[in-house]
Design a protein around this ligand. Structure first.
Ligand code: HEM
Length: 444
């Protein structure tokens, strides 16, 4: 398993923004245990641009933590390049996926994928998503404490398998669910963040070996799905992403190869289901712990409006952005916020820090959806879906799912706390509630 770290510059305090003196294993452990608290303490001590010396980096991850530097990292594509940085994820998703594609190929590649994710096409999925939510609702509204994230993961995975693969067969859906859950499980993807020698496939019992086996299971299922669809006598057909990709032709009229499609689908599934499930879990958990905000939202929904709903989802994405950061690499020796950044260094827009900057968000730790009704957020102060040319392609699908889930649940039940409010933990690049986002749903 090789990762494109070879060009990354080694640590040199003169070439990088300031860093904590704590040893790399200590910084890594603190980030994993308390990603928001630790990063905030570094930002307070070191300023809005600092270096984080964690595994798996040889040098450091340069972190941007205010609106100006967030904007620069996300939109200054000349200086900060996408694609190379996400090579970190390539062993999981495949190097041919959009997420791992550097410019200039990125733009043509993205154009190819955009049509099925367009808002108008996505709106066509409303009823199917609603049916899936209704089918799963009884597992949630039990009157008992339920961790929402695993529940939401089942749901969002079913939606993705439907929208991306056009899969409706329950046996195949169950097989994908099993394989993907094992593959993206807590201890498996953590392999990507280990030092290089530990990431290698050293036999079936090694973390690298296990990673390969689980990855192969997902790819085998995907490969079978592509082959079946190609073999259908009536041709691909359908309005799902796989059908679109099978019909796609490049500028020379050639169809896309299986490996390309395989990487693309794996990338979309991995990018799309955990992130959406985590946002659903955080939003319901926060609403349970903030009854005044919850009651406002329920009153507004009962009155037939979705204004407060949209505001609540924004506020949840501000306080607990499901994706911790967006990654780029420095295209040349440059600067960020007046600090040096060496060529090929990894650079991250650290959303939780910009989103909790007290200069941008008064009382940053308070869950107050109402703040989004007062005025639109200034640019690059709220970016849970990233920004610039690489902004999340699945934003319309994610928003549709989240809004339908919340509307259906809140029509049926009142979310209430099931224990103390949970802290955030880092699971690869996802900021997850430490105990799954536990909530008790009282039937209305
Ligand atoms: C609440 C749910 C989601 C969140 C918070 C989220 C967040 C993000 C973020 C932060 C990025 C990086 C943007 C950047 O580099 O500037 C991203 C990229 C991406 N997301 Fe999402 N995402 C979500 C759902 C989805 C869904 C449902 C899909 C598709 C099924 C998806 C597919 C992608 C893809 C393909 C990219 C790479 C785009 C590119 O490099 O051009 N995401 N997402």
């Amino acid at each position: 398993m090789s990762i494109a770290f070879t060009r990354e510059p080694a640590w040199d305090p003169r070439l990088f923004p300031p860093a904590s003196r704590a040893p790399r294993p200590v910084q890594t452990a603190r980030m994993l245990m308390d990603p928001q608290g630790y990063a905030r303490s570094l930002r307070r001590r070191l300023g809005p641009v600092f270096s984080l010396r964690t595994f798996p980096y040889r040098g450091a991850l340069v972190c941007a933590a205010d609106a100006a530097t967030n904007r620069a990292v996300l939109t200054d594509h000349e200086r900060f390049t996408g694609g190379d940085a996400t090579a970190l994820l390539a062993p999981a998703v495949g190097s041919g996926s959009l997420i791992c594609t550097p410019p200039p190929r990125h733009l043509t590649h993205r154009r190819l994928l955009l049509p099925p994710f367009h808002g108008t096409r996505i709106a066509g999925w409303t009823q199917r998503v609603r049916d899936l939510v209704r089918r799963e609702l009884s597992d949630l509204v039990t009157g008992e404490a339920v961790p929402v994230r695993p529940w939401a993961q089942r749901l969002t995975l079913d939606v993705i398998l439907n929208v991306v693969f056009g899969l409706t067969d329950p046996v195949r859906t169950a097989a994908f669910r099993r394989a993907l859950n094992a593959f993206v499980g807590m201890d498996n993807l953590a392999v990507l963040f280990l030092p290089e020698p530990l990431r290698r496939d050293l036999g079936p019992l090694s973390p690298g070996g296990r990673f390969h086996r689980l990855r192969a299971a997902v790819r085998d299922l995907t490969r079978r799905e592509i082959a079946d669809r190609r073999a259908r006598p009536s041709g691909p057909g359908g309005d799902d992403v796989l059908s679109t990709l099978l019909e796609e032709r490049d500028e020379h009229g050639a169809a896309l190869g299986d490996t390309q499609i395989l990487d693309e689908l794996t990338g979309l599934v991995l990018a799309g289901y955990e992130t959406t499930a985590t946002t659903i879990a955080w939003t319901l958990h926060l609403l349970a712990h903030h009854p005044a905000a919850r009651d406002d939202l329920m009153d507004d929904l009962d009155a037939g409006s979705d204004r407060v709903l949209k505001a609540a989802v924004k506020e949840s994405g501000r306080l607990r952005p499901a994706v911790y950061n967006a990654m780029r690499t420095a295209a040349r020796d440059t600067e960020l916020g007046g600090r040096p950044v060496p060529r090929h260094a990894f650079v991250a827009a650290l959303f939780p820090l910009t989103h909790l900057d007290p200069a941008l968000w008064p009382e940053p730790d308070a869950f107050r959806p109402g703040r989004h009704l007062e005025a639109a957020a200034p640019p690059y102060t709220l970016t849970p879906f990233g920004g610039g040319l690489r902004r999340c392609i699945g934003v319309s699908l994610a928003q549709l799912e989240i809004e339908i889930v919340l509307t259906e649940i809140l029509a049926a039940a009142v979310p209430e706390p099931a224990g103390p409010e949970e802290r955030a933990r880092l699971l690869s690049v996802t900021l997850v509630p430490a105990r799954g986002g536990r909530v008790r749903f009282r039937r209305r």
